[in-house]
Design a protein around this ligand. Structure first.
Ligand code: ZN
Length: 425
């Protein structure tokens, strides 16, 4: 008997471990005050060594931004730190880059830079250029320079070659996919602002084995439950921003327990990693809205950048769920003409702010959500904090006791429409 228990324990342990090594999470930090806006996203890979290095790099940037922007003399301008990431698993390698956008209002300065991490899952180490390219290939780097796609730069090719050759053993500013090697240069390496070159791998002789069968899961459109709403009742719409995260599934569970629904304004850069959560959310009758790709301050972007933040998110949600969001919640609640003119969107703000990102006290969050509850309210919360989960456990029963039904933002619109129709009839 004991033996059997032991075997079962080992099986559990093994399946548990396996599951863990495949699951990736994203940490999102959103902070704002009168001087600064901070939106940070970075991946957790469950590779301890790698996670420690990434976290340390991010924290360093976060700290130094805060230190440099403690006081701000211009009340109209805010400084912004935005960190986005990209994450790709190619064969046995993680290819990660973090992309930092920095704008300092005092010095009227904007900066972009990329930090990259190529991690060998078998050897459990970060790779340098030397680990993936034979030294002989450096010659090709110059030979093919003419074909390099150089973004934002007219850097002479011999400088690129010299720099890479000098740093060959330690050079870490690169990533790759099945087709290309990408080399990044930033203002720390050169006096030029950051840029990248991409070299077709067929022109090189990589040491690494990156052949992998393409696994393309085709996601079928999820079935959404139909609901009948009675416009004579009282309704409130709960909304959750900045997710999904590891806490979103707990929120879905609570919503389900109380036969309630909510709207989730998600960040595009997290959709792939939490695709199960998002699909589950829709299946349960919740709504997904667009909250930009990486939480950049949208009113500061030009048309091209704005479109990228919005449509990249639309596309990734469509590919994951089969649904195209109809709602947009602008980051930090800031709206300008350009955002208003975006087609096919309804802009959704809120009229009750729980301040769950700021207050650590659960009861304080609960009372902000439930005090003065009114039919038609839209409540703002964030599904990236554990305290929000705990607060929600209390909020829903209180609101339901007061006679409110919790529905999605689009359902709320439908209710308004039905009521206006009744009035005119
Ligand atoms: Zn947000």
């Amino acid at each position: 008997m004991k033996k059997l228990q032991f075997i079962l324990f080992i099986i559990l342990l093994l399946t548990g471990c396996q599951k863990k090594s495949y699951s990736n999470n994203v940490v999102t930090i959103i902070e704002h005050d009168q001087n600064t806006l901070i939106g940070i996203n970075y991946p957790i890979t469950n590779q301890k060594k790698l996670d420690k290095i990434i976290k340390k790099d991010i924290e360093k940037q976060h700290r130094s931004f805060k230190k440099n922007n403690q006081s701000n003399y211009s009340s109209h301008q805010k400084s912004e730190l935005n960190i986005d990431y990209s994450f790709q698993k190619i064969a046995n390698y993680y290819n990660i880059s973090t992309n930092t956008y920095l704008s300092n209002s005092k010095q009227a300065l904007t900066k972009n830079y990329i930090k990259t991490y190529v991690y060998d899952l078998k050897k459990k180490k970060l790779l340098t250029l030397k680990d993936i390219l034979p030294e002989g290939d450096l010659y090709y780097l110059t030979k093919y320079t003419k074909n390099f796609l150089i973004k934002n730069s007219t850097l002479p090719k011999n400088i690129i070659y010299t720099k890479i050759k000098q740093n060959y053993n330690t050079y870490q500013n690169f990533t790759f996919d099945q087709d290309y090697l990408y080399l990044y240069f930033d203002s720390h390496t050169f006096t030029y602002n950051n840029f990248q070159i991409k070299i077709p791998l067929e022109n090189l002789n990589p040491i690494i084995d990156i052949d992998q069968k393409a696994i393309n899961t085709i996601n079928t459109k999820i079935k959404v439950p139909t609901k009948i709403l009675d416009p004579s009742k009282k309704f409130i719409a709960l909304t959750f921003d900045d997710g999904p995260s590891i806490y979103t599934k707990d929120i879905l569970k609570i919503l389900k327990k109380y036969h309630s629904n909510a709207t989730f304004f998600v960040l595009g850069n997290k959709v792939e990693i939490y695709q199960d959560t998002i699909r589950q959310s829709i299946q349960d009758g919740n709504e997904i809205g667009n909250h930009s790709y990486s939480h950049k301050w949208l009113i500061k972007l030009n048309e091209e950048e704005l479109n990228e933040q919005i449509s990249k998110t639309q596309n990734i949600i469509k590919n994951t769920t089969g649904y195209t969001p109809k709602l947009l919640r602008p980051t930090y609640g800031s709206v300008n003409q350009k955002i208003k003119e975006l087609k096919n969107f309804q802009i959704v703000l809120w009229n009750v702010d729980t301040l769950d990102w700021k207050y650590k006290n659960i009861d304080r969050i609960v009372s902000r959500a439930t005090q003065h509850a009114k039919d038609g309210n839209i409540i703002l919360m964030h599904d990236i904090h554990q305290r929000t989960v705990k607060a929600l456990e209390k909020i829903i029963p209180i609101l339901q006791k007061q006679g409110f039904e919790l529905i999605t933002v689009s359902e709320m619109e439908e209710i308004k429409f039905l009521r206006s129709k009744r009035k005119t009839e």
